[in-house]
Write a protein that binds this ligand. Structure first.
Ligand code: NAD
Length: 335
């Protein structure tokens, strides 16, 4: 083992798509407590390319059939699942059975029952499970948590959270693989934003599907959606997500002032303002911080701040929002 890798935990990325290649692999060049040790891919050409680019040894390259043999590989401590949403459950369970710690991308899974199975599998294997919630390690978003939870601008009376993309393609448009439309993919950041800014859980939700401009493309999934999350203390959070409009806002209005991020959920370039002026925080590599924190949690035998239980709660809320959308009724969330 060379010096660079000494005392670091090895991560294997499963699914070498856009997020793995564009964000996670480059971030693993900046991490202190972990490094890219292995890859799992169904495409031999990708394996070749990654092997050269990231210096991944042949013995640490797997495909979806021999994946479970990772069990015997001491180089790999953490398996990071970066596959389409509907595949998360199977691969998290297989990673736990292989005796590895697991990071799973958002949304954790399609149903609460799947999340329970994933949490149980990791508990049984005595391995840690975390969800790829990078914004919990991003300074502007962390400041939103402080301002909201410490009631720096008084109790929050109103919240607005919006996240949307103007262009999407591939499995994200396939309900079977994505589990839904923009709500599952980017709307989840609004649910997260409201939860971590207030520090409390929604009591009930109402929702309304937006009018479809492209009925063919969005045959099986919503093109856009607005929903309300009823929080304790009378706060109503107004949220919106879309696959045909760029949206990127997290705003809270308190009794004594307001605070917001826009853009709020990007990989870089997040900007924050309050009624007292601009936030001044550095831009950091969110994915590097997130993976380093997980490695540190394992090394120091402490819990992760973004565990499977947090992912499960989001999946529960997402499903309640869909139920509210489909039935046109207010859906109570039992916490
Ligand atoms: P992508 O389409 O770019 O990559 C998906 C990968 O899965 C590809 O390498 C593809 O070959 C592989 N795959 C294996 N079986 C497949 C199948 N049956 N159908 C389609 N692809 C299959 O997607 P992505 O943008 O990298 O997203 C992957 C996961 O990461 C998703 O769960 C997504 O929500 C999540 N994600 C998270 C963030 C974040 O900021 N945390 C950002 C982007 C994506």
């Amino acid at each position: 083992m060379d010096n660079k890798r000494a005392n670091k935990l090895g991560i294997a990325l499963v699914g070498l798509g856009k997020y793995s290649s564009g964000q996670l692999a480059p971030a693993l060049n900046e991490t202190i407590h972990c490094y890219l040790a292995g890859i799992v891919t169904g495409t031999p050409e990708k394996a070749d390319k990654w092997k050269k680019k990231y210096d991944v040894p042949e013995k640490n390259i797997y495909n979806y059939s021999n994946f479970d043999q990772i069990n015997d590989n001491p180089d790999i401590d953490i398996i990071y699942i970066v596959l389409p949403n509907a595949m998360h459950r199977e691969y998290v369970v297989r990673a736990a059975l292989a005796g590895k710690h697991v990071i799973c991308e958002k949304p954790m899974a399609l149903t609460v029952a799947e999340c329970d199975e994933m949490i149980e599998a990791c508990k049984k294997a005595n391995r840690l499970l975390s969800i790829g919630y990078r914004l919990h390690f991003e300074p502007h978003n962390v400041e939103m948590m402080r301002l909201g939870r410490d009631k720096v601008f008084g109790g929050i009376k109103r919240m607005i959270a919006e996240d949307g993309l103007a262009e999407v393609e591939g499995w994200r448009l396939d309900k079977g693989l994505a589990g839904g439309g923009p709500l599952m993919d980017v709307g989840i950041y609004c649910v997260q934003g409201v939860r971590y800014t207030t520090g409390v859980e929604p009591i009930a939700v109402t929702a309304k599907e937006g009018k479809k401009k492209d009925r063919k493309r969005f045959r099986d999934i919503e093109e856009s959606l607005t929903w309300q999350m009823e929080m304790p203390d009378g706060l109503m959070a107004e949220c919106k997500t879309s696959y045909s409009e760029e949206l990127n806002l997290l705003r809270a209005e308190g009794e004594k002032g307001w605070f917001e991020l826009s853009p709020a959920y990007e990989y870089e370039g997040i900007k924050g303002r309050t009624s007292n002026g601009n936030m001044k925080f550095p831009q950091i590599n969110q994915q590097a911080r997130q993976m380093d924190d997980f490695a540190d949690a394992i090394l120091n035998n402490r819990p992760t701040p973004v565990p499977g239980e947090m992912g499960r709660q989001d999946v529960k809320i997402l499903n309640a929002i869909y139920e509210a959308m489909q039935t046109g009724t207010r859906i109570v969330i039992n916490n």
